[in-house]
Design a protein around this ligand. Sequence first.
Ligand SMILES: [Zn+2]
Length: 176
Amino acid sequence: MGLNITEIRVKLTSDPRNKLKAYCSVTFENAFVVRDLKIIDGAKGPFVAMPSRKLADRCPKCSHKNNLRASYCNQCGGRLDPQRAERDTRHRPRLHADLAHPINSDCRIQLHKAVVLAYSEELEQSKQAGYKPKTFDDFDDDEFIDDDYIHELLRRKEVRERERGDAGGAAAEAGM
Ligand SMILES: [Zn+2]
């Protein structure tokens, strides 16, 4: 049995140079909403990023929380190692963590398909006269996705596809 997705709202971003193409909220069972999914323009078509936060760690001197890429503590100015982020199996830094996400590939694929479909429908609608963009109260239209994050997402996607390939799954075809 799959997810019971009852509503997907898509808010397109306005700047065509932005690799972040849209924000989405997804409602499950008419009862539970996950917000801040992002649709990102990847080389092989749009892909879906789950809501995430930037990872941080505490300064060894003053315990202030800093971005993992920071070279100096924002509070005490102490020197930090900008290469201290945990590395994945290919020694690439891990700088973000998903806040909500599917835990198996069937669910991931179903969600991906539904969100990408809703996005393409919204895109079509947006070309028609009198189109009214969805209004979300708390989304920042000016947000740009940084390239580090896109690369991190693409690497994770590759790793997942490789793992599925190793397990003999055909699911990798679904492209998420
Ligand atoms: Zn500090």
